[in-house]
Design a protein around this ligand. Structure first.
Ligand SMILES: [Ca+2]
Length: 143
């Protein structure tokens, strides 16, 4: 009798597709990004305006300007807290109608004027304001 050697080649590794991993329970919490306004406006220019008695002058960005890295000029709302005493602030297109709010965009569009109307002797006027981007508010530091 001959000695026979039988070699069994047996692949013990089943195909990977036959492996079943236990399914972990996944809890996914989605934090939806808020359209959050994080940066407050910053008043960068706040200068005096000089004009003749009984006249009007446009408040330009050279005189009054606020900036905000995450808000548009049209969203930067100025609120007049204490109105001027010797005149008023008005919007182009509505002469004679005092306003109490306007935007940086209005200033950039040269649509906002100070109108001197007083008959008195006073020659110094002022108004105080705050600027709001809808979330954050800053006050005029000169108040
Ligand atoms: Ca902002």
């Amino acid at each position: 009798m001959k000695d026979e050697v039988l070699l069994h080649l047996h692949n013990e590794m089943p195909p990977s597709s036959t492996f079943y991993y236990p399914q972990p329970l996944l809890s996914i919490i989605l934090f939806l990004p808020f359209a959050e306004d994080r940066v407050p406006p910053r008043i960068i220019t706040n200068s005096a305006l000089t004009l003749d008695e009984g006249t009007a002058k446009i408040i330009t960005t050279d005189l009054l300007s606020a900036t905000d890295t995450d808000s548009q000029p049209g969203d930067l709302q100025y609120f007049i807290n204490t109105p001027p005493e010797l005149g008023h602030i008005e919007r182009a297109g509505s002469p004679g109608a005092p306003i109490t709010q306007f935007t940086q965009g209005d200033i950039a569009a040269r649509a906002i004027s100070y109108v001197h109307t007083s008959e008195g002797e006073g020659n110094m006027d002022r108004f105080t304001f705050s600027v709001n981007d809808g979330t954050n508010q800053v006050r005029d530091l000169k108040q």
